[in-house]
Write a protein that binds this ligand. Structure first.
Ligand code: NCD
Length: 303
């Protein structure tokens, strides 16, 4: 049995076959409509979500399976003091696969250790978000036709933004990629990523606090400043609007730039940018469901 806790739990070959599978599902949805008949997905969400939870549920429903779960910790026995391990053991008696989001880093890994069914990390604190990365990889592949030799700009909250961490880990595994990391000094990527992933693998990157490198970028991945992870509101208020993407700032960018954002957006992308043909964040949303369908099939061992 396999879980998905970190994006590196999947080999590059497995990533490729998930992308292929998702594209096949897009082209032939009817062939997949009954693949998960009688299978159940449990969504255990201890933190707010719109896209991730609903796309998991839509994915399972489109595969002909069914869904159960909770969307806030308060409505589960966590509010009575039950541990994540006990909850995971319990859910293993009812469902065939779990997608879990939790505010504590490592909680889905603990659940995976206790569950007897596959566990998918749907976001753990400010740490990882591997299924958003699957969504992002499919988006980049569909927009650019490749996952290698790209210069990727990440902008915003690179410290707490878990989607950034997982996507950097994924893109480091493809040849010729480099990164421009645009953020205020206090919101730079965590040290474990800088030393343990970028430096260790000799990946070219630049950390900067301005937009000067815009003309070189192939991908621009915007992120929200993660208010819920700040220790005090004053710091959040000071940092939240430092980087706002406007139509003006995009004047110097490449015509084929791909503008991405995992959403939800607060105000880090001006609404006018939505009209720009290079804006792909709502395409990303669509791709999420297909990649999650492909993932569920893989983890359940269904051809
Ligand atoms: C992201 C998350 O939850 O980490 N959203 C998502 O899953 N698409 C990004 C965010 O909340 O800023």
């Amino acid at each position: 049995m396999k879980d998905l806790i970190s994006i590196t739990d999947l080999s590059v070959d497995e990533l490729e076959s998930l992308i292929k599978k998702a594209m096949d599902i897009i082209d032939n949805p009817d062939e997949y409509a009954e693949k998960c008949k009688r299978k159940k997905l449990a969504t255990l969400f201890y933190e707010p979500s719109t896209r991730t939870r609903l796309s998991f549920e839509a994915a399972m429903l489109e595969l002909g399976g069914s869904i159960l779960g909770f969307s806030e910790a308060n409505s589960s026995s966590a509010s009575k003091g039950e541990s994540v391990s006990d909850t995971a053991k319990t859910i293993s008696c009812y469902a065939d696969i779990i997608a879990m989001r939790h505010p504590k880093e490592g909680a889905p890994m603990v659940a995976a250790g206790a569950a007897s069914i596959p566990v998918i990390n749907a976001g753990d604190g400010g740490h990882n978000h591997p299924t958003q990365t699957l969504t992002d990889l499919l988006t980049i592949y569909r927009e650019r036709g490749r996952l290698s030799n790209l210069k990727i700009g990440f902008c915003g909250d690179l410290k707490f933004g878990r989607t950034v961490h997982s996507l950097i880990e994924a893109m480091c595994r493809y040849e010729g990629n480099s990164f421009v990391l645009i953020s205020p000094d206090e919101l730079k990527i965590p040290g474990y990523l800088r030393a343990g992933v970028l430096d260790k693998n000799k990946i070219p990157y630049l950390e900067t606090d301005n937009w000067d490198n815009m003309p070189e970028l192939d991908i621009l991945y915007m992120t929200r400043v993660q208010r819920e992870r700040f220790f005090n509101e004053a710091d959040y208020l000071r940092l939240k609007d430092v980087f706002i993407l406007t139509a003006d700032k995009l004047m110097s960018a490449k015509d084929e730039l791909v503008i991405m954002h995992p959403l939800p957006r607060v105000n880090e992308i001006e609404r006018a940018v939505d009209e720009d043909e290079r804006a792909c964040y709502f395409e990303q949303v669509r791709n999420g469901k297909y990649m999650r369908m492909a993932l569920i099939l893989m983890l359940l061992g269904i051809e």
